[in-house]
Design a protein around this ligand. Structure first.
Ligand SMILES: Nc1nc2c(ncn2[C@@H]2O[C@H](COP(=O)(O)OP(=O)(O)OP(=O)(O)O)[C@@H](O)[C@H]2O)c(=O)[nH]1
Ligand SMILES: [Mg+2]
Length: 308
């Protein structure tokens, strides 16, 4: 600690930007060491900016996890893109995240950078390029051409191969981000790991369990809204009621399942995780409602916390 005064304190924001499903949320959770962002194998899991604050002596990095950049239509999709680009706008450093395994199969990273390269370069921010999921590339020799291609596409950027899942090479990534941040005092208290509210995190946990249970086409039309949150000081229980919104009547059966088994399972898994989050006993009630147009309805989108 005596040496701390010699090196200036650095602090700032780093935005994780990339296509859906490349592992941005997994990376955020791995660096922070807590599950802040939900993770599923389905694309477009993350829907808002989620902050994760990494504080060590001399350094504070405020990470922004963001929705994957895609080209799909619709108001909800537009809100997701807006959240991602807004994060880039607020950041001091951009971290482009790519999927090495997918790139290796395609023989190129080009398709993954198509939608992000222009805005990243235009931002003028210091840029790092992360090639994630290297654990899935068995023959490491196959990584070289991808690293080279990425270096040609982003000549100013350092390319960093990592595995968020195995926590490989994350120290190097953190060190490079740190080097690109401005000298600054910490922006948040050193014990704060996020700006997210527990209510939001609880709703996200329910959404994660839903995504994991449901078939590919359903999740886009799923939203979770916490309607009631009451702590009973006598029993120590937190009573939470959440509404699961769906866009189609036909999806209701899939969410509820035979004799309510699917919904029950979702409730059990979500409650366990919310209990861990709150370190309190939780009573969780889930309701399912069909609101056909919620993904296109501005008032409803705002009510659910999306910024339009
Ligand atoms: N093998 C492997 N799988 C990974 C790694 N990182 C993430 N994954 C998996 O990739 C899938 C997507 O991970 P997410 O973290 O949700 O990806 P994301 O980029 O946040 O996705 P969106 O929020 O939809 O944009 C999940 O099944 C993760 O377990 C990794 O380093 N190695
Ligand atoms: Mg995500």
């Amino acid at each position: 600690m005596e040496h701390a005064a010699a090196t200036p304190h650095r602090a700032g924001m780093a935005a994780l930007i990339g296509p859906p499903n490349v592992g941005k949320s997994t990376l955020l959770n791995a660096i922070i060491g807590e599950k802040l962002a939900i993770v599923t194998p389905k694309p477009q899991t993350t829907r808002t900016q989620i902050t994760g604050i990494h504080t060590v002596p001399g350094l504070q990095i405020v990470f922004f996890d963001t929705p994957g950049i895609h080209q799909r239509r619709g108001r909800l999709n537009k809100a997701l893109l807006q959240a991602a680009w807004q994060s880039l706008h607020e950041a001091d450093v951009a971290v482009a995240c790519l999927d090495a395994a997918k790139a290796q199969k395609a023989g190129s990273v080009a398709a993954q950078v198509a939608n992000i390269k222009g805005p990243l370069l235009a931002s003028g921010l210091p840029l790092l390029v992360v090639l994630n999921k290297v654990d899935q590339v068995k023959d490491k020799g196959l990584l070289l051409p991808l690293l080279q291609e990425a270096a040609e596409l982003f000549p100013e950027a350092e390319i960093i191969p990592v595995s968020a899942l195995r926590k490989d090479n994350l120290d190097r990534l953190v060190a490079r981000i740190a080097a690109a941040l401005p000298e600054s005092e910490p922006l948040f208290p050193d014990d704060q790991i996020s700006t997210a509210q527990v209510r939001f995190l609880a709703a996200e946990i329910v959404r994660e369990k839903l995504f994991l249970q449901l078939r590919q086409e359903v999740p886009y039309g799923v939203a979770v809204d916490i309607e009631q949150w009451e702590e009973d000081p006598e029993t120590g229980f937190t009573r939470i009621s959440a509404v699961i919104y769906l866009t189609r009547e036909a999806h209701k059966g899939m969410v509820i399942g035979k004799q309510g088994q699917t919904l029950k399972q979702i409730g059990v898994l979500a409650r366990e995780e919310i209990q861990e989050l709150l370190e309190a006993k939780v009573h969780l009630e889930l309701f399912v409602k069909v609101k056909e147009d919620w993904t296109e309805n501005p008032a409803m989108l705002r009510e659910l916390g999306y910024q339009l």
